[in-house]
Design a protein around this ligand. Sequence first.
Ligand code: GLN
Length: 209
Amino acid sequence: MRIQYSMVKIGVLGFQGDVQEHITSLRSVLQPSGGTVTVIRKAEDLDGISGLVIPGGESTTIFKLISMYGIYDKIVRMGKSGLPIMGTCAGLIILSSKTNDERVSGMGLLNVEILRNAYGRQIDSFIDSIDIEGIGKFPAVFIRAPVISKAGDVEVMAYYRDNPVMVRNGNVLGLTFHPELTGDMRVHEYFIHMAERGVVPVEERKVVR
Ligand code: GLN
């Protein structure tokens, strides 16, 4: 039986980065069953969404713009109250608790510490297969990816060479790679399923389902 997503509306933070690629991926899953995707550029745009995607791109730029447009604090509040949020690459850096770059101050929605651009220049972009808990083998595209140097109170869903590359804390999901560039929709499906279950009450946030 096909899952019905007619009530699901996912917002994609639309300032910079892989905005269109996420919209296309989410639409391909949602549209057949009536779910929708919307671009978020103003604080009001966040009202009424069932989930939020923060795309990869340049975290210093995304951080500057969401702070300037007054969206940063609202996302923190909504994340703390249980809004499902997925951050990929730069998006994960924004969700983290600590970064090694003073220009990007993480929201603290995922208890991880980040080293930006930590794979070094010569291999700053590559693709390799990883094994994601609950999803299986997945082609992970790393583009000037950050490294999670410390993972606190989160569930690690995938590793690459002993480094966590996909983590979840209840309603918040973070990836160091780019599922929107693969044509493989399983990570987006997983997130849409989280959003479809609705806003997770605060007291249940640490429960992984
Ligand atoms: N290197 C980027 C940053 O630190 C992230 C890379 C990406 O999102 N593809 O902002």
